[in-house]
Design a protein around this ligand. Structure first.
Ligand code: SF4
Length: 207
């Protein structure tokens, strides 16, 4: 599978905002965007006027990179969000992103970043409803329970103690004693990052 191998801090600097891709470093003074508040590369400090298309594209890229997805996968989520009619397309897209297994593990505070969650899932450290699940994009539904394999509990406890962003959202019930996270209900719009402008992403894909 294709993988991004360059510096992830460049991605934040390119989007001009923190995407929180590096765990505890993102909350420290070593954060790339705190140290250099301009875009990467030779023309990073040049001011650019953005077209309407560029604004939509950047919003899409920002969200896609935040959740650590490739273009094709993100486009498939958009396709699925478009097919249903129960909730607004943009909100459904964000719900699909939030309820991925890697995102749930990150949001519950069990690991410091989505990238680390993905790696640990692939190494078989996590369970869904008691069954080992090694697919980071596994989509969870209400009342499903994420747990940690017995032999991996100490590893996860060590990660929690070094996690500066371990306050879970109210749509997740987290038991840090038993290392479980239960989805109480799907996140509402106010439970998701308010800075995301999902209508721009919907407009991008409806061109
Ligand atoms: Fe982005 Fe984190 Fe790097 Fe800061 S440290 S630039 S938030 S990935």
């Amino acid at each position: 599978m294709a993988r991004y191998t360059d510096s992830v801090c460049r991605l934040c600097r390119n989007e001009g905002t923190k995407l929180f891709l590096k765990g505890s470093r993102c909350y420290s003074t070593k954060c790339g965007i705190e140290r250099r508040r301009y875009g990467p590369g030779q023309h990073g400090q040049t001011r650019k006027k953005q077209s309407e298309f560029a604004v939509q594209l950047r919003e899409k890229q920002k969200v896609r990179l935040t959740y650590g997805m490739l273009e094709r996968q993100f486009a498939l989520y958009m396709h699925d969000a478009n097919k249903q009619k129960k909730v607004p397309t943009g909100l459904k897209l964000l719900q699909l992103c939030e309820t991925r297994l890697d995102s749930i593990i990150y949001r519950s505070g069990l690991v410091p970043s989505r990238a680390q969650a993905r790696q640990l899932i692939q190494h078989g450290h996590f369970l869904v409803n008691g069954k080992k699940t090694a697919i980071p994009s596994f989509s969870l539904k209400a009342n499903q329970v994420v747990g940690v394999k017995e032999g991996s509990k100490q590893l996860i406890k060590d990660l929690i103690s070094n996690n500066p962003a371990s306050v879970p959202p109210n749509w997740l019930k987290v038991d840090l004693e038993n290392l479980t996270a239960t989805i109480v209900n799907l996140p509402a719009r106010e439970d998701i990052d308010a800075t995301i402008k999902e209508p721009l992403i919907v407009e991008y894909y409806s061109r």
